[in-house]
Design a protein around this ligand. Structure first.
Ligand SMILES: Cc1cc2nc3c(=O)[nH]c(=O)nc-3n(C[C@H](O)[C@H](O)[C@H](O)COP(=O)(O)OP(=O)(O)OC[C@H]3O[C@@H](n4cnc5c(N)ncnc54)[C@H](O)[C@@H]3O)c2cc1C
Length: 385
């Protein structure tokens, strides 16, 4: 067993950390307050090869592993979790779906500009009445002539308001349940397709979250992504990698909390001592650090299983469940270590707390992760998001 990173991975980690410190840290508070998505950052991430971390070079990608992707996620989320979340939706969900199910032509047309950061992607599964129960999708795609006609709407879509390319799940055969859901690529500017309400959120405010609306939206027959009826099945495979990324995203926030707590505990004096001298504070730091390491090990193990071609659905969900819940607890404790200063905006821990909560909701709630884990262990059949 080797828990160390290779020289290349160390270099990747340092490069992304430097980028995040220089390009994200000075603006993170402002983007959070203004709820502003920094599009130019995506262009720069593209120049660094980080918009298509896992895809082959022939599709504009950097040919890196899932573990590499987890390192990128951790380092970006450590500084700006909103930017990192937008990258996760762009990379693992939208681009990931095109890479998994797209034809060669679709990969060249859509994946290449996405991987290079020339275009931004979003991925629409969730609807107002179909969240955890994504099989209850109501958006329809009906074949008319040589075209597909989409009607319906998608809710809470990361990058929804700014994306150039959307991958959308829609019902093509209502009689087949989850096996009647198909995926489609829809380009910004297609008549009948528009972004709806932009959500005003608790956290991850530098990430755009919007509704998508389809009103008799006609797209070419060729825009079916993968096989008809396989959209939901492919989704489950896409989420296997996605969840490792979101777990690493939670880890990045947790790591930021740990570093902030160490700094603050050494600098803040009360009763004539740095608060780091008090055992109650030391215990909090010990617990935070242990949770951070445990999260990292679960994430790296899930990534290792994926990278070595082994089954990893249960392990991905375990990593996401643990790291997502841990990050919220860690952010609460980090805020407590900061006392009143943790509650005000001059210090970033209140943002870490607000951001962290999404890790227990997005790409399947913690409860859904438990369903996935239990079903995997019990050998129960049936597709759970
Ligand atoms: C900021 C943000 C970004 C997002 N980005 C995207 C995106 O890019 N694309 C996309 O498609 N979606 C996206 N989502 C949607 C997200 O995936 C859903 O919010 C999530 O899957 C939960 O669905 P829901 O909100 O409808 O909650 P619900 O499914 O209504 O769940 C409500 C509560 O009930 C619990 N629950 C539901 N069913 C069960 C069950 N069977 N057993 C036990 N408990 C259950 C849940 O765990 C939760 O606690 C995003 C959401 C947010 C907030």
């Amino acid at each position: 067993m080797d828990f160390g990173l290779s020289q290349e991975q160390q270099l990747l980690k340092t490069t992304v950390r430097d980028f995040a410190e220089q390009e994200l840290a000075p603006h993170a508070r402002e983007w959070d307050e203004k709820q502003e998505f920094p599009r130019e950052v995506f262009t720069k991430l593209g120049e660094l090869g980080l918009m298509g971390v896992c895809w082959p070079a022939q599709y504009g990608g950097s040919e890196m592993s899932t573990l590499d992707y987890a390192l990128v996620m951790e380092e970006l989320a450590r500084v700006d979790a909103g930017v990192a979340l937008s990258l996760a939706a762009h990379h693992s969900l939208c681009s990931g779906h095109i890479f998994l199910a797209g034809s060669e032509e679709q990969k060249l047309k859509y994946l290449v500009p996405l991987a290079k950061g020339e275009k931004v992607g979003c991925w629409g599964l969730t609807e107002s009445s179909a969240g955890s129960d994504a099989g209850g999708t109501k958006t329809t795609a009906v074949k008319k002539g040589g075209e597909w006609v989409l009607n319906g709407s998608k809710t809470f879509i990361t990058n929804g308001g700014i994306a150039d390319v959307a991958v959308i799940m829609a019902v093509t055969d209502a009689s087949k349940g989850k096996k009647g859901i198909s995926a489609f690529v829809v380009e910004r500017g297609t008549p009948g397709f528009r972004a709806g309400k932009k959500e005003d959120k608790l956290g991850v405010r530098s990430s755009d979250t919007s509704e998508l609306v389809f009103e008799d939206c006609r797209i070419p027959g060729d825009n079916l992504l993968g096989q008809q009826g396989m959209g939901f099945v492919d989704t489950l495979r896409i989420l296997d990698r996605g969840r490792i990324g979101i777990a690493a995203w939670s880890l990045g926030i947790a790591q930021a909390c740990l570093e902030a707590s160490l700094r603050y505990a050494k600098g803040r004096e009360q009763f004539g001592h740095p608060i780091a001298d008090f055992q109650a504070v030391q215990f909090k730091i010990a617990e935070i650090a242990t949770q951070v390491e445990a999260s990292r090990l679960l994430i790296w193990r899930a990534a290792f299983l994926r990278d070595s071609g082994q089954e990893h659905t249960v392990e991905s969900s375990m990593a996401k469940l643990f790291a997502g819940e841990a990050a919220v607890q860690i952010a609460l404790e980090a805020l407590q270590i900061h006392g009143g200063y943790g509650y005000i905006k001059e210090y970033p821990v209140e943002r870490y707390l607000r951001d962290s909560k999404l890790g227990t909701i997005g790409e399947g709630t913690s409860e859904v992760q438990k369903l996935v884990i239990a079903r995997g262990l019990l050998g129960l059949k049936g597709m759970v998001r």
